[in-house]
Design a protein around this ligand. Sequence first.
Ligand SMILES: NC(=O)c1ccc[n+]([C@@H]2O[C@H](COP(=O)([O-])OP(=O)(O)OC[C@H]3O[C@@H](n4cnc5c(N)ncnc54)[C@H](O)[C@@H]3O)[C@@H](O)[C@H]2O)c1
Length: 387
Amino acid sequence: MPPTLGVGLIGYAFMGAAHSQAWRTAPHFFDLPMRPRLTVLAGRDAVRVADAAERLGWSSVETDWRRVLERDDVDLVDVCTPGDTHAEIAIAALEAGKHVLCEKPLANTVAQAEAMAEAAARAAARGVRSMVGFTYRRVPAIGLARELVAQGRLGEIRHVRAQYLQDWIADPAAPMSWRLQKERAGSGALGDIGAHIVDLTQHITGQRLTGVSALLETFVKERPLPASAGSLSGVAGEGMGTVTVDDAAVFLGRFDGGALASFEATRFALGRKNAIRIEVNGSRGSLAFDFEDMNVLHFYDGDEPAATAGFRRIVVTEPDHPYVGAWWPAGHGLGYEHGFTHQVVDLVTAIAKGEDPTPSFADGLQVQRVLDAVERSAAARSVWTEI
Ligand SMILES: NC(=O)c1ccc[n+]([C@@H]2O[C@H](COP(=O)([O-])OP(=O)(O)OC[C@H]3O[C@@H](n4cnc5c(N)ncnc54)[C@H](O)[C@@H]3O)[C@@H](O)[C@H]2O)c1
């Protein structure tokens, strides 16, 4: 029997449920070198956390995350709470000798992210590992895109075009939530979804952004206070609250390999639900991806004769594609939750091998620096801002 890895998970709503599913499922489909045990779920409300633990498969509960860090049966802390809590929980967990998986964006400010990256480096020297949850890296089509770039199939990268489009607050009557408060979320569409496309484009191209010129906008500045709040939904109640984050972010950027880039992150793209759209054009080929059709990668091979060349629609469900061999026969597609399972697989494998998993807290800090540069540029009439 492989050794066990006791997991303590903090926060049991959207990401808490997605991560629970991943911890439960990973050992049933993948041959893991350690056996995750769903040891303890932490939340602040005793009744609700007990309910969630029963539903999601956790064997015990705590009502204060600090108690999780004191437990000998916990080897890894999984942080699924809003950004204002990440630094405090993750640093304390690393100092207590627990491996940490922390949701994105790593923190709400560069200073917090720096402290987290420093704590992660100190912990790594003691064999304690950390990873930030840029989950979309683990979509098989994204893995294939990265492989094609690394194999040189796109040649020199010229253009990177990335959008993350949602519409869940396009209605001005949609109520306030923590995602619309700067002190809780750090920023709005920028940090919540823009962070993903910054990470994804850097991951696919193997290059890093060096500077940006940005616009931020808050279209709806006041919203009803919530009577009840879900993760990306809620019911409006009495009174109004002030939105203190961006509703949309648009920015241009330059990659260190010379590519020009454009980014758009918005929650006001009516009709677009979770459209992560990435197109990369190189000197030898192009690729295009849309998460709303997540099992497909489009690839244009510029080496083919012009008469028959064209974008090829690759259904990324072959056993040779990243992660896919562990799942279903070809053509029986994967879904949103599989990325989280793959994240667990990569994390557990790295821990067992004594290696540092990626994306690291240092990678999360670098994304935070991009977000910060976008905010500084937007505040200074879109002036070019180095990262
Ligand atoms: N990787 C992804 O694709 C992805 C997707 C969505 C959200 N996220 C990130 O995950 C994190 C959580 O987002 P979410 O959508 O799950 O939010 P959510 O509102 O659905 O859940 C947050 C949970 O944290 C709990 N919580 C808040 N403060 C707490 C505290 N001090 N102690 C214990 N529990 C506390 C809440 O009660 C709730 O259960 C955020 O950082 C978000 O950016 C990542």
